[in-house]
Ligand binder design. Structure first.
Ligand code: ANZ
Ligand code: ZN
Length: 864
């Protein structure tokens, strides 16, 4: 009912301050057991949305659970505070982005308090504050010093809306910016890159060590890194130049019919300078899709197949958009007979010219011609392969690669899809790249004592693009190396650089001189449990792994024992979908004011009296299906909100947010409080010495064990399976059991109280204010000083094992007797009990027992 909702709310207010401090645990100072629980830190947009509520409820419940179990828990929070929204808001409102950001942070801090998140605020980090970005700059310079931060001219992704370049990871499969959604353009620009490719092999290989990561995330990273073993083959051209091509199928070299180059291959650029038609083709081809079949045959150049001695079979050289400039060597050896794309390309550009197969399927080659291209990676080489004919493909690949090596025309190699991380941005609100450009010394690191390179304060700016370029005091400086006048780099860093190391900073947030101390990071990392969105499966999670591995490789933390992997277990929480109501005929989304929601389970369209169609969809303003955590908390109290969030769906699944269902949780919480009141009314005095034992009755033992087993399951749900929705239903089951025990009158009240105390502690991780309230009811009414927050240690009591004994008197089965398995251990007492039982009186009374034989299920008496 509604009065209980109001109570939950006032209970929430009453205990808020205490609960925000976390449980009072006396015995975990210097505890050996450590737990680092991390959630992806939020962008300080100013509103805590329902997705945040979900993640932070999960981490806070775990945080409290581990604290009750005596762990030293790190549960930090910070702000991913650089980035474009602040800059755009600042341009719009003509204020400094810092002002906007800080205001949002304090708003969100209050919202986190409202949901009772018990966070380590003394570890708080804010990436836009100079004492944080000073160290982001140091990290950059550390990479620079190791040759892993460098500038190069490259074809890059340009976001025309945000007016900045983007890294490859930040462009989706449809060629759109991850942030603005703009169609990205290709531009040739000089930019800063980080050498993630130098770590590509371990980034790929060590995924296998991450047993605590979801398989889909590992697969996505694997595909993105794209490690591929193959052969690099040199094709010497008639003009003396050498084209290197990467192939995973060296054994198909006898089917090569052409060589194709990417649009930006050096040879193509060279040829374009003297070839008008080629220049025209290149301009046109830029806008063709990657799977286009179009090609341009270079005039006057042919390439020689290095494995063939005969030079009559020279290969045409094409320029083709399907060849990626950024993969392998930007060149393909074209095998129309055995590759789908090459087959189509050949048919389009050389119509009617035969293809030459060199691989045959194992079974038969009868239907080969009609089934070309034969692309399977199995079979044997045919007679076209000369001395390799008859070999299976794997051995042929090895032998041919050896032969190419002997000829000086190739070698075994590895190739990666991942490119170096483009890290410079042409925007204001980011950490300035700490580099000074000097005419004579080139790019020079800003000396340590001049860090941070601070962002100049701008009071409102109306320019799009990077205003740093126009600030002379910022740009003009002296070269730290030779002293002559020089120019400061005006690009700032990708905000993914800020977030690539924040979980290190949490371990030592106040360190002035270093990013973090070796000791602090080595003590706390790797992170035990990391919770965040699947959208970072590649982006942030790849960058962080790279930076953590780099920092381990230069000895900044003792990470080699875990191959520099920063996150032991990863959980990707599902999205929250909103209840979406639409007109059943037109599908038009309905606004709340168009609906009669007085019965939340039965919404009605006011205008027509019809029922709307209801679905759950990704929340968006245009669907009027957003949910506001603040409102839910103020309507139902923090505990009911938290329990509802966890109860509605398993952590990894989509949560279909239906606030009307929260009543079930409210009723349950009211029952817990009620139980505390009723139990204290019935227990006369609190017996501290009570402990469960076999002296309890059978009913008591089974009640006790039921509760204890549920507590065990709850422990496993928290610590292993993260099945937090079933934690809530297990709480409800315990509540039911205690209610029934109390009602039956057959269970010792001390035992009921004992179980209730366990329940009150067990709900603390999820519903801490209700837990505190119930605890207080016990303490006050029973004059009890219960101040332990220790997680209950499940203790099962051996349940009686009953045996049905057949009682035989003078050779005849006379009656049966049900008793414990140990009944026959004491023959004298067993005899007495049987003799005085009603059946025993009939058959044994007044007789002399000569002999009694008792074994397993039979008791035999000889009487006279
Ligand atoms: C000859 C060949 C014959 C190929 C055949 C395949 C099948 P993965 O496995 O993804 O690493 N390739 C090489 N460089 C390329 C580039 N810059 N742009 C587009 N394609 C390129 O792919 C390796 C294969 O992709 C290589 O093996 C090459 O085609 C192509 F029956 O070489 B193959
Ligand atoms: Zn200089």
């Amino acid at each position: 009912n509604s009065s209980s909702a109001a109570d939950l709310k006032s209970i929430g207010d009453k205990w808020k301050t205490k609960v925000l401090k976390g449980p009072t645990i006396s015995n975990n100072e210097g505890a050996e057991k450590k737990m680092y629980i991390l959630s992806m830190f939020p962008y300080p947009s100013g509103i805590l949305h329902i997705g945040h509520l979900r993640v932070y409820t999960i981490t806070d419940a775990l945080n409290r659970f581990y604290k009750l179990n005596g762990f030293k828990v790190i549960h930090p929070m910070g702000w991913d505070a650089f980035g474009l929204p602040a800059e755009n808001a600042a341009i719009e409102r003509k204020i400094n982005p810092a002002t906007w950001t800080m205001k949002n942070i304090s708003k969100m801090r209050l919202q986190l308090d409202n949901m009772l998140a018990n966070l380590d605020w003394d570890r708080e980090v804010t990436t836009c504050s100079p004492d944080y970005y000073k160290h982001t700059q140091k990290l950059f310079l550390e990479l620079f010093k190791h040759g892993l931060a460098y500038q190069k001219d490259a074809e890059i992704n340009w976001d025309p809306i945000d007016q900045t370049v983007l890294a490859n990871e930040q462009v989706d499969s449809h060629g759109r910016s991850w942030r603005s959604g703009a169609l990205v353009e290709k531009r040739q620009l000089n930019q800063w890159f980080l050498g993630i490719t130098q770590f590509a092999h371990s980034l790929q290989k060590d995924l296998d060590l991450l047993k605590g990561w979801p398989q889909n995330v590992k697969t996505m990273q694997k595909n993105w890194i794209g490690e591929s073993y193959g052969t690099e083959i040199n094709f010497t051209c008639t003009n003396g130049r050498v084209i290197k091509a990467f192939t995973t199928r060296a054994e198909t070299i006898f089917s090569v019919q052409y060589v194709a180059l990417s649009l930006d291959h050096p040879l193509v650029r060279e040829a374009a300078s003297t070839d008008d038609a080629l220049r025209q083709f290149l301009t046109m081809a830029k806008s063709l899709p990657d799977d286009s079949k179009t090609g341009f045959m270079l005039k006057g150049i042919q390439a020689k197949n290095p494995i063939l001695q005969i030079t009559e079979k020279m290969l045409p050289v094409f320029v083709a958009p399907y060849v990626l400039g950024s993969y392998g060597h930007g060149a393909v050896m074209g095998c129309p007979a055995h590759d789908e794309r090459d087959f189509k390309f050949w048919a389009h550009n050389m119509p009617g010219v035969d293809v030459c197969p060199s691989v045959v399927p194992l079974e038969s080659n009868a239907a080969l011609d009609s089934s070309l291209p034969y692309v399977q990676n199995s079979g044997t080489l045919n007679s076209a392969a000369a001395e390799y004919a008859g070999l299976d493909l794997d051995s042929a690949r090895v032998r041919i690669t050896e032969e190419l090596k002997r000829l000086g025309a190739g070698k075994q190699t590895v190739s990666y899809k991942v490119r170096d991380w483009l890290v410079s941005r042409q925007r204001y609100w980011g950490a300035p790249i700490p580099i000074i450009h000097c005419e004579s010394c080139g790019p020079v690191a800003v000396p340590d004592d001049q860090l941070p390179v601070k962002l100049p304060n701008l009071e409102g700016f109306a320019t799009k693009g990077n205003p740093l370029k126009g600030i002379d005091e910022f740009v003009n400086t002296k070269c730290p190396s030779c002293g002559s006048s020089a120019k400061r780099e005006t690009d700032t860093m990708d905000t993914f650089m800020d977030s690539s190391w924040y979980f290190f900073r949490y371990t030592d947030p106040k360190n002035k001189n270093q990013l973090f101390s070796h000791e602090a990071a080595s003590n706390h990392l790797p992170v035990d449990l990391y919770i965040g969105g699947i959208e970072h499966a590649i982006l942030h999670l790849l960058y962080s792994r790279f930076i953590a591995k780099f920092l381990a490789s230069i000895g900044k933390w003792d990470g080699n024992r875990v191959k520099g992997e920063p996150f032991k277990r990863l959980v990707t929480q599902g999205m929250v979908h909103g209840k979406t109501m639409a007109d059943p005929h037109t599908g038009r989304f309905l606004k709340p004011e168009e609906l009669d929601l007085s019965d939340p389970s039965n919404p009605v369209i006011k205008a027509t009296g019809e029922r709307p169609s209801v679905s759950y969809e990704k929340m968006s303003k245009s669907k009027y299906n957003g949910a506001d955590p603040d409102k839910c908390i103020s309507d139902h109290g923090p505990d009911a909100t938290r329990a509802h969030v966890l109860f509605q769906a398993p952590v990894n699944d989509v949560l279909s947010w239906d606030e009307s269902k929260i009543v079930g949780i409210e009723r349950w919480l009211a029952r817990v409080i009620n139980l505390a009141v009723r139990v204290t009314k019935q227990v006369s005095n609190y017996n501290v010495r009570f402990s469960p034992s076999t002296a309890m009755s059978g009913k008591e033992i089974s009640f006790h064990n039921e509760v204890q087993r549920l507590l065990q399951t709850i422990s496993i749900s928290f610590s292993e399976s993260l099945s937090l929705n079933t934690v809530i239903s297990d709480y409800m089951k315990i509540t039911n059991a205690i209610e029934a025990a109390l009602k039956s009158g057959e269970i010792n009240l001390d035992l009921v109280l004992h179980s209730l105390k366990d329940l009150i502690t067990a709900i603390y991780p999820v519903t801490p204010t209700i837990s505190e309230e119930a605890r207080e009811i016990l303490n006050v009414n029973l004059n009890m000083k219960w101040d332990s927050y220790q997680w209950p240690k499940p203790q099962l009591v051996q349940e009686p094992q009953l045996v049905k004994y057949q009682v035989v008197v003078n050779g005849k089965v006379r009656f049966t007797h049900v008793a414990d398995k140990s009944f026959i251990d004491d023959r004298d007492s067993a005899t007495k009990i049987l003799a005085s039982s009603p059946d025993g009186q009939r058959y044994l009374a007044g007789k002399t027992i000569k002999n009694a034989i008792m074994k397993s299920k039979v008791i035999s008496f000889v009487v006279v």
